[in-house]
Design a protein around this ligand. Structure first.
Ligand code: SF4
Ligand code: SF4
Length: 96
């Protein structure tokens, strides 16, 4: 089975802010000192894009895979479905 990893941001992050808005899962936020990725929300962009968008835009290449968070593609896709269903429910609630 192929395993994917959630990603993490190293302390070489320069807080340039470009990764946060490109994440389709709102997994990136500013922590105490630098930006952080919530493993529970990072799907390596599976389901949305072919490549991790945060890695593509980071100018200092400080976003790496986190070996402590290995997940199968099935689990990542389940996470993707749960996160997108959550967003759809919120949009429907706002429309009501
Ligand atoms: S890999 Fe994708 S889902 Fe994970 S933090 Fe980066 S942009 Fe967000
Ligand atoms: S793009 Fe890279 S340097 Fe910029 S805030 Fe995100 S992790 Fe930090």
């Amino acid at each position: 089975m192929k395993f994917f990893l959630s990603l993490k941001i190293l302390d070489t992050c320069v807080n340039c802010d470009v990764c946060e808005p490109v994440c389709p899962n709102q997994a990136i936020s500013l922590g105490e000192l630098i930006y952080e990725i919530a493993p529970s929300r990072c799907t390596e962009c599976v389901g949305h894009y072919d490549t991790p968008q945060c890695v593509d835009v980071c100018p200092v290449e400080c976003i790496i895979v986190d070996p402590e968070h290995a997940e199968s593609q099935e689990i990542l896709l389940e996470k993707y479905r749960a996160l997108t269903a959550d967003q759809t429910n919120k949009l429907e609630a706002n429309d009501a």
